[in-house]
Every structure is written in structure tokens, then in C-alpha cells.
Design a protein around this ligand. Structure first.
Ligand code: HEM
Ligand SMILES: *[C@@H]1O[C@H](CO)[C@@H](O)[C@H](O)[C@H]1NC(C)=O
Length: 316
């Protein structure tokens, strides 16, 4: 009897400790109660200075999570042993906000009195605070991710979806990250904010037929057939505001990227795009849920990885 009781205690402890290695929204309540307010203040200041920064920070969290999980790997600079994800196809001359992340990290470490908040968690919280600062929904960010000691440019190239992807490629890519079709459609609503370079939408405006002709014509002025690769265009008609216009634009065949318009092109996702184009409450609620789901992708927890002192470098 006693032995059996002992056995159950052991099983219980084993189950409980695996549960403890999951993320929790209260993770820093004791170790750094000021963590969340410090991040929020810094994000608000950065967005106040430049609205686009909210978009750039949101995208960093996405590109972090899609490459070997949400582990801060995107923030590591190249060294003799690290091939930085910053140089991958999707990120090179495109991913931005790294200086702001450095500022947030410094402010948080100072507020905590020691480096206890991971860079991966900073990205997750900064994404939420950015969306809120731009008028979007809020959600409780799960915390306790630890930082990787490695990064992989090859994994970034293999895992971050490209703007020339078809609907079926997008669905497969998201499924490979544990995200379903609904997650794809709602997370693509991240394109309610921010900008894209000509190089990423040129083929869509010159070669695709599922695009409003006047919209395409206007874009050709800022995006000629050659050159001007880095000229910017807003991803939706209200790029400084998080709203449902991304979806109403898609319904009008005014998606900027080929991959955006694929979500409303006669396929299985049309209906959901139409729904979000009417109903921002549904969009906001589902966006919050899917951001939490994306933030749960393969985190390092417990004694895996480390808490980086400098988000750009592995600890000495
Ligand atoms: C569905 C597949 C996706 C594809 C193919 C894609 C592709 C792209 C591309 C090509 C750009 C423009 C980059 C440049 O020209 O420098 C961009 C920007 C952006 N993406 Fe995505 N993206 C996808 C999903 C997402 C998701 C899930 C989010 C966030 C939840 C997101 C957030 C953003 C934001 C906020 C920007 C603007 C960044 C800025 O202005 O700095 N994207 N994306
Ligand atoms: C459009 O398609 C043609 C034929 O496939 C190709 O040669 C051309 O480079 C494409 N143009 C753009 C801007 O992608």
C-alpha cells in the first residue's frame, strides 16, 4: 500500500514537472514584477516615434517562432559558429527593429536588477504591445521561453513562407508549424500593418491576373519592372492602424503580395477572409488566440537554452 502510494506520488511529480515546463502568463510575477510594464513603455515609445516599428516588431516574433520555435534565434548576429538568420532570404535587408529590442532588453534588465527575462519572451510581449499600440486586440502572453544558443540561416530559408507561395504551399507551411488553415488566414492579418518592398510584390502586380487593374497600375509607379527593389508600399490601405481592412482589400482584389491574394482567390479560405472583412470582433478574437498558439511553437523551457544577457550574442 505504502509502496503503491509512493508510485503514484512519483507519477504525479513526473506529470507536474512536465506541466511546469509549459509557458505561463505569470512566469515573471516574482522574479521581475516590472518586466511587462517596462516592455510596454518601451514599445509605446518606439511606436510613438515611428508607427511602422510596431509592424516590424510583430514580424520579428513571427520569424522567430517559425524557425526552430520561439527561442530568440532571429536576434543572434553572425559569428564564426553562427550563420545569422538575419541574412536569410526573408530577413535580409528586411527584418528590422533589432535596435529597439536591444533597448527593451537593457530597460528590462535594469528594472529587474538582473537578466531574468529572455529575448524570446521580449519578442512575444513586444508583438502583443505593438498590436495594441496600433489599435488591435490584446491577449495574455504566455511566458517562460528561454533563448537558443544557436541559429540557422538554412532553417530560416526552409521555414519562413515566401510571398510567391500558392495557397496550398501556405497551408502546408503553416501545418508544418502546427497551425491550421484558420490560423493561416487570421495570422496573415498581421499584414494589416507595415510595409513591403517592391521586390516582394513586383511579380504580383505585373504578372498576376487576380488583381484590381487600377490598384496594379498605381503600384507600377513606385515599383517599376527593374530597379527600385527597396521602394515601399503599405501592406493594406491603413498600414499604421491594426484593423480588418487587410481583408476588405483582399475581397476587392487589392492584396499587395501574391501570397495575400491567394487567401481570397476562389479557394477554401475565401469564406473566412470574407467573414473577417465584415467582422472585426471575430478577427480580433481569433487573431489573439492564434498569436498565443504561434507563441507556443516549440519553446525552450526549464534548463534548456539560456537567458541571454545580450540578445545578439550567446552568453560567454
Ligand atoms: C502567410 C505567410 C506570410 C508571408 C508569405 C509573408 C511575407 C511577407 C513579406 C514578403 C513582407 C514584406 C517584407 C519586405 O518587403 O521587406 C512581409 C511583411 C510583414 N509581415 Fe508577413 N508574411 C506572412 C505572414 C505574416 C504573419 C503571420 C505575420 C504576423 C503575425 C506577418 C507580419 C508582417 C508584418 C507586420 C510585416 C511588415 C513589417 C514592416 O513593415 O517592417 N506576416 N511579410
Ligand atoms: C513575368 O512572367 C514572365 C514569364 O514567365 C517572366 O519572364 C517575367 O520575369 C515575370 N515578371 C516579373 C516582374 O516577375
Amino acid at each position: 500500500m505504502a509502496l503503491r502510494g509512493y508510485f503514484f506520488v512519483l507519477v504525479f511529480v513526473a506529470l507536474a514537472s512536465s506541466a511546469f515546463s509549459e509557458l505561463s502568463s505569470h512566469y515573471y510575477d516574482y522574479s521581475c514584477p516590472k518586466a511587462l510594464s517596462t516592455i510596454k513603455t518601451a514599445v509605446e515609445a518606439a511606436v510613438q516615434k515611428e508607427r511602422r516599428m510596431g509592424a516590424s516588431l510583430t514580424r520579428l516574433h513571427f520569424h522567430d517562432c517559425f524557425v526552430n520555435g520561439c527561442d530568440g534565434s532571429i536576434l543572434l548576429d553572425s559569428t564564426s559558429s553562427i550563420d545569422s538568420e538575419k541574412n536569410s532570404n526573408a530577413n535580409f535587408q528586411s527584418a528590422r527593429g533589432f535596435e529597439v529590442v536591444d533597448e527593451i532588453k537593457q530597460a528590462v534588465d535594469e528594472a529587474c536588477g538582473k537578466p531574468v527575462v529572455s529575448c524570446a519572451d521580449i519578442l512575444a510581449v513586444a508583438a502583443r504591445d505593438s498590436v495594441v499600440a496600433l489599435g488591435g486586440p490584446s491577449w495574455k502572453v504566455k511566458l517562460g521561453r528561454r533563448d537558443s544558443t544557436t541559429a540557422s540561416r538554412a532553417a530560416a530559408d526552409a521555414n519562413i513562407p515566401a510571398p510567391f507561395f500558392s495557397l496550398s504551399q501556405l497551408i502546408t507551411n503553416f501545418r508544418n508549424h502546427g497551425l491550421d488553415e484558420k490560423d493561416l488566414v487570421v495570422l496573415a492579418g498581421g499584414h494589416s500593418i507595415g510595409y513591403a518592398r517592391c521586390a516582394t510584390f513586383r511579380a504580383h502586380i505585373y504578372n498576376d491576373s487576380n488583381i484590381d487593374p487600377d490598384f496594379a497600375k498605381d503600384l507600377k509607379y513606385i515599383c517599376p519592372t527593374a530597379g527600385a527593389d527597396s521602394n515601399l508600399s503599405p501592406l493594406d490601405s491603413t498600414a499604421a492602424q491594426f484593423d480588418k481592412n487587410y481583408y476588405s482589400n483582399l475581397v476587392q482584389k487589392k492584396g499587395l503580395l501574391h501570397s495575400d491574394q491567394e487567401l481570397f482567390n476562389g479557394g477554401s479560405t475565401d469564406e473566412l477572409v470574407r467573414e473577417y472583412s465584415y467582422d472585426s470582433e471575430d478577427f480580433y478574437e481569433d487573431f489573439a488566440k492564434s498569436m498565443i498558439k504561434m507563441g507556443n511553437i516549440q519553446p525552450l523551457t526549464g534548463n534548456q537554452g539560456e537567458i541571454r544577457v545580450n540578445c545578439r550574442k550567446v552568453n560567454q
